[in-house]
Design a protein around this ligand. Structure first.
Ligand code: T46
Length: 152
């Protein structure tokens, strides 16, 4: 799968009782089967989490309370920064994307919906290895091919 980072506005139903946001698998907003979810909260000021990429895992990130910033680096070196500060704002992160989560507000709760079960072997935690995989994906006969092609 080619690397992709996309901001989405999740379906929101609001009335005088409050607001409700829907996350449904195989939808335009979550375009994969949901196999796992987890959330991050009670982060200390200045915390930077993440600092990794995935071979296969696809994720939708939503800050359901408070705010945090997701910083992404694509295989071609392009960098982007996304502030998630409202529960209907989602960030879809797919393919080989180096990402960090930082600038958490005190009340931040970051919900992550994932396409894969937890597997430490799916993580690239070494930045040099990420750059090596990125060059494998983008150069020569491997251009656009599965990220797994970079596994040695
Ligand atoms: C990601 C970002 C957005 C498990 O045992 N099972 C799980 O499903 C997860 C997600 C984590 N863990 C264990 C592994 C570590 O011992 O929890 C500990 C903390 O995990 P990690 O340091 O990977 O947490 P983050 O916040 O850096 O990254 C997490 C996800 O791991 C990752 O997939 O993309 O959130």
């Amino acid at each position: 799968m080619l690397a992709n980072v996309k901001a989405v506005t999740l379906p929101l139903f609001g009335d005088d009782r409050g607001k409700l946001v829907v996350l449904q698998e195989f939808s335009d907003f979550v375009p994969f089967q949901i196999r796992r979810s987890f959330f991050i909260f009670d982060t200390m000021p200045g915390t930077v989490r993440g600092s990794h990429a995935h071979y296969r895992n696809r994720q939708m990130l939503i800050c359901v309370s408070g705010a945090c910033t997701i910083k992404c680096e694509m295989p071609d070196g392009t960098k982007s920064s996304w502030r998630l500060d409202w529960p209907d704002k989602g960030l879809l992160v797919e393919g080989l994307v180096w990402h960090t989560m930082e600038e958490f507000s005190k009340d931040a709760v970051l919900l992550v919906i994932a396409s894969e079960l937890y597997d430490e072997a799916d993580y690239i935690r070494d930045y040099a290895e990420f750059r090596r995989c990125a060059s494998v994906q983008f150069m020569g006969d491997n251009a656009g091919s599965e990220v797994a092609a970079c596994r040695t």
